[in-house]
Structure formats: C-alpha cells, structure tokens
Design a binder for this molecule. Structure first.
Ligand SMILES: [Zn+2]
Ligand SMILES: [Zn+2]
Ligand SMILES: [Zn+2]
Length: 183
C-alpha cells in the first residue's frame, strides 16, 4: 500500500496558493524553477514564478534609512513643513528632529517590528504600516513606501543542474567540412 502524498507544499513563506487536495502530483507536470511546487499547466507555473520568485522589489522597515527618511516635504506646504510618512501629521520646518523621532518612537513604534520581514507587494507593506505602526493611508504613504523599497536580486534557479543533465547532448554534427586541397 503506497499512501498518496500530495507534495504541494510551497517552501516559501509568502506562498498564498490555495491547496486543492484532490489535485495530486501526477496531474502536475510543470515544476517551478525555484521551489518544489508543481503545476498543471505552464501558465500557472509561470504565474507562480512571476508572482512569488521573480520579484524586482521588496519593501521592509529595515530599508528605511532612519528618522529623516520617514519624513517628506509636505505636499501642501513643501518648504514650511514635512509630513510623517506613517500618518501624514505635519511638522514645521526648520525641523526639530528630537520631536520628530519622539513621534516615530511613541506613535509608530519605529524600529520595533521584525526588521527582517520583507514584503513583496506594496499593499502587504501598507497593511504592515497600518497594523504594526499605526499608519494611516494618504499621499504620505507613497513617499514612505518609496523610502522603504529595495531592488531584489534575481533568484537562483534550483533545477538548473537537473535541466542541464537531463537534456540529451545534441549529436555532434558529422564532419562535413570538406578540405579543399588546392594543391
Ligand atoms: Zn515556486
Ligand atoms: Zn515595520
Ligand atoms: Zn506619524
């Protein structure tokens, strides 16, 4: 008796795929290049790869350069005030950075979240700002998002060696170059 095991388990913590228990391995012919997930068709596999692995940007609180980076010129009074990127509150210029960092620390729990956490979708990062940092959304959110965004290096393919070895070597073309003996 061989128990049927559905191996559909994505190893990435960001996987939001719905596991359909009736779909078993045999029906899934397309393997993700970057994780053990398999897919019934190529489109699904590509969509999965694009949305989970081939991400060009990530957002994280760790990417924020510091207190200064959380404040941005006010959209309404650009020279006179800066706004807090979390809540949009205006702070007059010239800046009192003590008051501003106090605001970040007390109101927004600046630096208190899991700094290692990365978000691969801007809307997920917004959720984080809302839930962990008492953020409210507005024009200032875009500015904070930009300040927290980083480029992601392209992922490593996990099956590149398998692909290389399973591809039969193309037969060497016969030597058809005729030697023209001009002598
Ligand atoms: Zn994958
Ligand atoms: Zn955070
Ligand atoms: Zn604020």
């Amino acid at each position: 008796m061989s128990p049927k095991t559905c191996l559909h388990s994505c190893l990435t913590s960001f996987c939001k795929l719905t596991v359909v228990s009736s779909i078993h391995e045999l029906e899934k012919q397309y393997i993700c290049q970057y994780c053990p997930n398999r897919f019934k068709n190529k489109n699904e596999a590509e969509r999965h790869q694009n949305s989970l692995h081939l991400r060009l940007h990530s957002w994280s609180c760790a990417a924020l350069a510091g207190v200064h980076a959380a404040y941005h010129a006010s959209p309404t009074h650009s020279a006179a005030a800066d706004v807090c990127g979390y809540c949009g509150e205006e702070f007059p210029n010239p800046a009192n950075w003590d008051a501003r960092s106090e605001h970040l620390n007390h109101v927004h729990k600046f630096g208190e979240c899991n700094q290692a956490k990365k978000f691969f979708r801007a809307d997920h990062f917004r959720q984080h700002l809302k839930h962990s940092h008492a953020g409210t959304s507005g024009k200032w959110t875009n500015m904070l998002e930009n300040a927290c965004m980083k480029d992601e290096p392209p992922p490593k393919e996990r099956v590149s060696s398998i692909a290389g070895s399973s591809t039969p070597l193309a037969p060497k073309p016969g030597v058809i170059d005729e030697v023209h003996d001009e002598s």
